[in-house]
Design a protein around this ligand. Sequence first.
Ligand code: SF4
Length: 659
Amino acid sequence: MSSRYTLNPFQYTRFSTREVKVGDIGIGGKNPIRVQSMTTSDTCDTDATVKQILDLSEVGCEIVRVTVPSMADAENLKFIRSKLASLNCKVPIVADIHFTPTVALKVVEYVEKVRINPGNFADKKKFATRDYTDKEYNIEIERIAEIFLPLVKRCKELGVAMRIGTNHGSLSDRIMNRYGDTPLGMVESALEFIKIAESENYHEIVVSMKASNPQVMINAYRLLVSRFIEGNLNYPIHLGVTEAGDGRDGRIKSAMGIGSLLEDGIGDTIRVSLTEDSIYEIPVAKKLVEKYNSNFFAEKILTEFKDQVTYSNRSTESIWIGDYKIGENYPVRIESYISLKNKSIEEILDLITKNAVFSSIKKYEIFYFSIKTSEEFESLLYLKNRIENRAAFSVDFSNMDSQLFLSIQDKLSLFEKICISLEFLSKFQEEFFKLHDNRNQINKSIEIKVPSKSLSNFLDIFLTLNNFENLTVSLTQNKLESIFNIRKLASFVKDSKVPILLEVEIENLEEGVLESSKILGSLLLDNIGNSIRILDLNSEPDTILEISFDILQSARLRTTKTEFISCPSCGRTLFNLQDTTARIKSKTKHLKGVKIAIMGCIVNGPGEMADADFGYVGAGPGKVHLYLGKEIVSKNIPSEIADEKLIELIKENGKWVDV
Ligand code: SF4
């Protein structure tokens, strides 16, 4: 992966783009990051589509996309437009086009922007495997230009903008054969169309690189920006994770993919695609862009970069925490925060005793306590003495008075890990060395908590600890720049191979899911972080444990449940996608690691379901096609028996287990 997608990976710098106007709304340049969504109604149904556009506009959606599968839909946009005008609604409309260049040519008369998919604008998918010589490849590009240029010229004449929107799941056969199903293929696919558009001196272009896997999506956008920097291109960028699904999983995947790119200064407009009514996408999208549209970040757009250091993927040593190994190639571990304030000591004992020996896949691994007073320490000793199971205790003494801490040293060996502050370490080096000697005899681990403001001092102190074993480091951080500071920390300790614990503190669950998915996802997908800890004073430890596992699953680091891929639905959807998704989920959610796609239509569904093991795809009113991977195995199954047939298919392929 290129690191040249950002001028400075240790500081927020928004990738600077030209402005593209979509009606009255500017995308890119110095504009705020725009929030957009899509209608799910039949575009020929004027009233329903107008209502959805008004509803979206009401909740703060700045640009609305509608699907335009046929000429009848394109023609109907004229009526939608005039009805919106009569209601004084000026929200710009984007027409979404797949496979139909003639429809695109018509619809640009009624909209401010057209979205085309370079994978299917001029190509039909045949999944053909063949080698293209350079000559054959160039003939293909000429053929595409012939089909695409009339649209470019018409957009130029009418002042209509265009999104060249690549999807990982619908790359053309030509691209697949030359570049494979890769981020590079996605980027090349868009660049081919950009070059053709530029040959007509048309630049009102926005580009997207969507995928359902946040890692593929992040790689593709980074690569796109790196190619833009190399080629001196500056088109605004539209971010999105496709088929993210619904509920918490949909939010986690979206925050991970979109949020981590925004954090890196990439993205000028976003759409959060959820398998829910579109209006529910807007609050999530607004939350994701809020921070970057604030003055603090707007001011930093022009910040000059300095002290650029290239960070790269890192490998670490492994260390023990009780019975759990972290680092090296071991799974990313979860530390679960237990507050001594919110529950009685007996309730905490019950939670620890019950769950630490719980044998399901999602079990507690390491319990984390923060101890300040001698009373709290006594409670902790009581807990530790009362349990006889494998629960590992990670105990944070960084808020404890240093004299009190020194006075309890002889008891520290009871805990599998102790966490101390960098400040303590610098003040009491000698005592720490003594402690360390004790620790070596009992094979315990130590976490050094580094405040972000002390990052620069950290390196000097850290170098004196070179002979120490079983160390981890973590950062106590300033929320606004957390990703950058942890990258710095990772770069400082790169040579020592010390594992890093990623800690995120959240204040309320709804925002916290987005924030922690973004911060943890961004770092983990860059291979930074060997264990995670989400601190939330207000939520139940079970809830936070679930969220932690869900984040690791979205980052494809630990699989603990079924993976669902479902499209957000649109005017092409052939059944109630939300109800169907919920129903199939309830029947199959226990199938650890199995990927099931639920897609609204056969036009785009099969292409977009990425690496799903099984697909349930709308084929016509009341009819469903079932897929095994990308291969269609049962056609036109009546929807009443389609769930059953899907389960049979899963069983036939040895992926079913009983609950
Ligand atoms: S897969 Fe879903 S969102 Fe995509 S075009 Fe079909 S129905 Fe619409």
